[in-house]
Design a protein around this ligand. Sequence first.
Ligand code: FES
Length: 107
Amino acid sequence: MTNITYVEASGQATTVSLPDGWNLMQGAIANGIEGILGECGGSCACATCHCYVDEARLGDLPPPSENELDMLANVAAERRPNSRLACQIKASPLLEGLMLQLPETQE
Ligand code: FES
């Protein structure tokens, strides 16, 4: 299990414990976190799971695929250097304690 903290645009922070291998969009939806839609179900085709990864931890994540980079060009909120798609990040011990800031809008 890996603890992930989601910080909604309102500032509400929620820490949840996810089974390793779950993607972080799936973890948000399963735990009622607002601010992630995940409309495509995690197939990297909608960009409604946009999040901002704690910059200090960016190096702990595998780099985004070409497909993810293409989808990040279509996010509704401001794209930042630490923008990622939550469905493309899998919970693992390396990500223990990771914090994700959620944007104000996903559509
Ligand atoms: S859920 Fe659609 S791109 Fe992540």
